[in-house]
Design a binder for this molecule. Structure first.
Ligand SMILES: [Zn+2]
Length: 282
């Protein structure tokens, strides 16, 4: 489940290694490939990508955007948008390297020994080919980037969303890039119970939450950059304070970390550091 920090580092690595390269061939695995691929151009996924030159790689929320230009300016610009969701990942490796999981799509490049694989054990992610990312479902409704939204905008946007603070943090329409794991880390940093109602947060607590969001995401990018290196299929998370650390000691107070599962998503937090909340299932 890559979120903003992992995708930001994957983007950096791929931009350094692949920008300027020309796609020579795209393989879509007969099994699974058609499930993840969405050709919004209607002109053929692999056929459209062949011969395109990779001009830039960007990240928007939990999407990676590969901007491509056609040979000899014979057509319009294309965007390959990858949203790995819960189980997808990218692998940049030699063509005969062991697979990091079931491979759905492989991109081959001119004069490059490595290939780029999309690997997704649950085939939940999606790969769109489009001339306009606004065509991608929910893309246009995404809120500002979590690391770019100013404090006052964060505060005013928050008033438009109802419910529990963790649920709001993970909604891309509020701010883009935060998922289940980093929401737990941010709320632990802010010492806020994940099930606190948004309407119960004081102005001071909202400021603390905003600063915790920035601090957690910025330091995670640095940590992931160090641990991932060029192995973009890895998901370094051993530095987490609470997420997936049920029963282990809280790094701040030593209490055992709690876990609650709701809607098939686990929430980890420290009952001592993050008290209160309108608590369900406890
Ligand atoms: Zn604690």
């Amino acid at each position: 489940m890559p979120e903003l920090p992992e995708l930001e580092v994957v983007k950096e690595v791929l931009a350094r290694r692949l920008v300027g390269c020309r796609v020579t061939r795209v393989d879509v695995a007969p099994k699974g490939g058609p499930i993840v691929v969405r050709d919004l151009t209607g002109r053929g996924f692999a056929a459209q990508l062949s011969d395109q030159r990779l001009e830039a790689i960007e990240r928007r929320g939990k999407f990676l955007l590969f901007r491509l230009s056609p040979p000899a300016r014979s057509g319009s610009l294309l965007v390959l948008a990858i949203n790995p969701k819960l189980s997808g990942r990218l692998q940049l490796c030699l063509a005969d390297a062991p697979k990091a999981g079931p491979v759905q799509v492989t991109l081959h490049f001119e004069a490059l020994r490595e290939v780029l694989r999309y690997v997704d054990s649950k085939r939940m992610g999606q790969i769109y080919l489009t001339q306009d990312p606004a065509q991608i479902p929910t893309f246009a409704e995404m809120g500002p980037e979590a690391l770019q939204v100013p404090m006052e905008e964060f505060r005013s946007r928050l008033t438009k969303f109802r419910g529990e603070v963790k649920g709001i943090l993970t909604r891309a329409a509020f701010v883009a890039g935060i998922g289940n794991a980093y929401a737990d880390e941010i709320l632990w940093q802010a010492q806020l119970h994940p099930y606190r109602k948004r309407t119960s947060l004081s102005p001071g607590e909202i400021e603390v939450l905003y600063l915790a969001m920035r601090q957690v995401l910025e330091s995670a990018i640095e940590q992931v950059r160090r641990e991932m290196g060029e192995d973009i299929h890895l998901k370094p998370r051993d530095f987490f304070a609470v997420h997936m650390r049920e029963g282990k000691p809280c790094p701040r107070c030593g209490s055992a970390i709690s876990a609650i599962t709701a809607n098939q998503q686990i929430t980890n937090f420290c009952r001592t550091c993050q008290p209160g909340g309108l608590i369900r299932g406890m």
